[in-house]
Design a binder for this molecule. Structure first.
Ligand code: AMP
Ligand code: MG
Length: 311
């Protein structure tokens, strides 16, 4: 069910949930201060309650409803990257409901770069929004993906295909150091160049996992088995679905997609390919292997999501 901004804001204000467009992926939005509404997003998605949500804001004035303090690094980074694909974790004020933060003393906040969603949040105030997929499905990057996951039962504010197509970078700024919790379009190098501080990469050890509970769960996975493909060593099997980052004139067919080095386009389309391959019944997706040194800002995030889909 497609709704406009006016209808979406009425629904949110009456405690309902609405799928919203962002430049990263679509989110399933609820009023961040309405515990019943936020709970609905967990129920509808099938998301484990131990996984905290990102609160989406449309202006810096919203921060005082959420954060206890706004450190200098946060000021510099948000000035450069907001609205945009960077989520910051700050110490929260007590008024932020526990269900939003999974009981942590911090809250994750982002100002998304999408006109429709910014206009909606101006009307409603801060919105929690996990990715709008059913738990276990790839994140939605188009309105159709949400219609598919929920049989058209969830209202969707259609904002066109997501421009980036991978979830935001998440960094923790609550302890005076900068810790990367999830790679995204905004890279550690970009963060360093703005703050002058080295970004600590969160290891998957027990301590950090409890700091970013989302990293515990399997995400980003299609039903098809995802594998790396080395053009030199792997036999081409015509029954699989293929994604090439380079130009591969040797491999063609309706199951082959070449990106000619356009990693941004591959990232933007990745989840749509996962869903299409599943829909068409492919049991394997081969992705031509590449490495971090190919030097495009989306590559660390793209490798992270592909690796998670493989493991
Ligand atoms: P999703 O909304 O599905 O893209 O996931 C949001 C991500 O942000 C998950 O990986 C969460 O664990 C992470 N997150 C949200 N709130 C916090 C927080 N307060 N501290 C650390 N990580 C958080
Ligand atoms: Mg998600």
């Amino acid at each position: 069910m497609i709704v406009n901004i006016e209808q979406a804001s009425k629904l949110i204000q009456s405690g309902d949930i609405v799928a919203i467009p962002t430049e990263t992926v679509y989110g399933l939005a609820a009023d961040a201060f309405n515990i019943g509404a936020v709970k609905k997003t967990f129920d509808v998605k099938g998301r484990p309650v131990g996984n905290p949500l990102i609160v989406h804001i449309s202006n810096l004035g919203h921060l005082k409803q959420l954060a206890l303090e706004f450190p200098e690094d946060a000021r510099l980074l948000t000035k450069t990257f907001w609205p945009g694909p960077l989520t910051i974790v700050l110490k929260k004020i007590p008024e932020v409901p526990d269900i939003v933060t999974a009981g942590l003393n911090t809250v994750a906040i982002r100002m998304p770069n999408h006109d429709k969603t910014l206009a909606l949040i101006e009307k409603t105030g801060p919105l929690t929004a996990p990715s709008a997929n059913k738990s276990g499905r790839p994140s939605p990057t188009r309105a159709e993906h949400i219609e598919e996951d929920y049989n058209s039962k969830i209202p969707v504010l259609d904002g066109g295909p997501s421009e980036i197509g991978l979830e935001s970078t998440v960094i923790d700024l609550s302890e005076g150091i900068i810790t990367l919790l999830r790679p995204g379009y905004v890279t550690s190098e970009m963060i360093r160049s703005v703050t002058g501080k080295t970004v600590i990469h969160s290891k998957m050890d027990g301590h950090k996992i409890s700091r970013s509970p989302g990293t515990r769960y399997t995400h980003y996975k299609p039903k098809a088995k995802v594998c790396w493909f080395r053009t030199s060593t792997t036999d081409f099997s015509p029954g699989a679905y293929f994604l090439f980052h380079s130009d591969n004139p040797g491999f063609t067919g309706k199951n082959c997609f070449s990106y000619n080095g356009d990693y941004a386009a591959l990232a933007r389309d990745l989840y749509d390919h996962f869903r299409t391959a599943d829909y068409l019944g492919y049991s394997q997706i081969f992705i031509e292997s590449f490495r971090n040194f190919e030097n495009h800002p989306i590559i660390p995030a793209l490798l992270d999501r592909i690796q998670r889909a493989i493991s």
